[in-house]
Write a protein that binds this ligand. Structure first.
Ligand SMILES: [Cu+2]
Length: 498
């Protein structure tokens, strides 16, 4: 234990001071005894079940002390401390934010604090090289934003339990966390990939971020969704060289992530590569970093995310060494070493419950198909149902969904189909309009009510025929394409760490 190592060191330091015959200045107001504490915190409990999705934004206990967080993990637990299996409730994503006196400013202005630790299906810990820490102070408050998905009918009470290592009474080099999205500071952190690209084509999203401080990048983690190749950070001012790459690693065919029902989205990476360097990579205030994410472009991917978690140790001297060689000690830390860099194709099925309450994939919701000939049609979202759950329209028709439920939010999201469909989550009075130009079968659902709210839109060709339904019979099983090109972002990763 580090604390066991520190205590004798402190004793030795005090002995040395006494030997000099001086009175330590700290004798009257003793500095906190150097220590390393392993602290456990918990959110309030959340009740969820019935295949529900919760998006809690809640205050959680902060350290309320001066010190540094050097390591942090989080997981879902029951009240008795047992870990919640993802077959019951999945922690899709999670971010901790600090606010109040002593907290910094966030990379995007829209957030209620500074994000400093993020994780999700990739189960990434907060890890910093030796000697670095995230500064905390007595008046700092912590807040947590999460997305929890129930994968069972039964209601359960779960909480987010987080553990962190707190170093007190000792100075570490502080780090400033910068959350750099490949899509910039958009109102919604996610973005949509339309699909329709050639097999193996790559969807690239980039944003140029101006560094708010000079310093050394000492760690970079990534949050990505399914069908992501990875992310990279490049320096346009240094001949565009790539300085950091984070790849995504996917589960093996029998990984439990592919057995969750209902499937609410493509399963995400089981791990993302975490870049680290104790020496650090110098960046200058005002310098532009280009953050790029690469996803599959062949198929539609609604509401994907690509967020780099960049930890910068402030250092004015770093501004004096632009385009310096990459630090020799850079390496990639993996939370898991199994799986593969090749992501499978997972066709998200619509799911309904059997009489016994078991979730099963279905091709369409019950009810007869309505054939529409008008070029425009409105579909009410009412009583937690799509008013016309099975419709056939001509290519070029515009559909408008109208939110008519008071007090309950819905969304319209693609499960499968030739092109993306993705509305924001909205309440009473909202509308969402979408023109369907590409013929085919679109399966849609509300991810807040996935087993009750589904709609199938069949888009006829100009000749009035219905194209082959390539998504019929989808059951959420992963399929790995025989070959896949290696896109630029995943080539030539930095050398592997120990
Ligand atoms: Cu809904």
């Amino acid at each position: 234990m580090t604390s066991a190592r520190l205590a004798p060191r402190m004793v030795a330091a005090l002995a040395a001071v006494a030997a000099l015959g001086t009175t330590p200045a700290t004798a009257t107001a003793p500095a906190p005894r150097p220590a390393v504490e392993h602290v456990i915190g918990s959110s309030r409990p959340f009740d969820l079940g019935g295949f529900q999705t919760l998006l809690p934004k809640v205050d959680v206990p902060a350290p309320h002390r001066d010190g540094y967080v050097t390591h942090m993990t989080a997981e879902l637990q029951y009240a008795d401390g047992r870990r919640v299996p993802i077959q019951r409730v999945m922690l899709h994503h999670l971010v901790f934010l600090a606010s109040g006196q002593g907290a910094g400013r966030t990379s995007c202005d829209d957030r209620a604090g500074e994000p400093f630790y993020g994780t999700g299906e990739e189960h990434q810990d907060l890890v910093l090289p030796d000697g670095y820490g995230y500064r905390v102070a007595p008046h700092m408050r912590w807040r947590m934003q999460a997305m929890l998905m129930s994968h069972s009918e039964a209601y359960e009470q779960v909480r987010v339990v987080y553990r962190y290592t707190l170093v007190i009474g000792r100075s570490l080099t502080p780090v400033k966390p910068l959350w750099l999205r490949a899509n910039g500071c958009t109102p919604n952190p996610s973005y949509d990939i339309t699909g329709g690209g050639a097999p193996g084509s790559v969807h690239v999203k980039s944003h140029d971020w101006t560094m708010p401080l000079s310093g050394r990048i000492v760690a970079v983690g990534s949050h990505l969704h399914g069908s992501a190749y990875g992310m990279k950070i490049a320096e346009p001012g240094c001949a565009g060289r790539t300085i950091v790459r984070n790849r995504a690693r996917y589960g093996n065919p029998h990984d439990r992530v592919y057995r969750l029902r209902p499937t609410l989205h493509e399963p995400g990476p089981i791990s993302t590569g975490y870049w680290m360097s104790r020496i650090g990579l110098p960046v200058a205030k005002g310098q532009v970093l280009r953050v790029t994410a690469a996803y599959d472009a062949q198929y539609p991917h609604p509401q994907v995310m690509a967020i780099d978690h960049v930890y910068v140790a402030p250092d004015e001297a770093a501004a004096k060494t632009p385009c310096a060689p990459l630090p020799a000690d850079r390496h990639i830390h993996w939370g898991r070493h199994d799986g593969s860099f090749h992501f499978p194709r997972v066709i998200v099925p619509l799911t309904r419950l059997t009489a016994a309450g078991a979730p099963v994939p279905v091709d369409r919701p019950p009810g007869a198909q309505t054939i529409l000939t008008a070029r425009r049609a409105t579909i009410p979202l009412k009583d937690a149902q799509f008013a016309n759950p099975n419709i056939s329209i001509a290519a070029g028709t515009t559909l408008t969904w109208k939110w008519l439920d008071r007090g309950v939010d819905h969304n319209v999201l693609l499960a499968s189909g030739p092109r993306n469909v993705s509305s924001p989550t909205r309440g009473y009075g909202a509308t969402y309009r979408r023109r369907f130009d590409t013929p085919g079968t679109y399966r849609l659902f509300c991810y807040l009510h996935p087993v009750t709210m589904q709609e199938v839109v069949t888009v006829r060709t100009a000749a009035g025929t219905v194209p082959f339904d390539e998504y019929a019979g989808a059951d959420g099983r992963p399929v790995w394409p025989a070959t896949r090109p290696d896109p630029p972002v995943s080539r030539a990763t930095p050398r592997k760490g120990a």
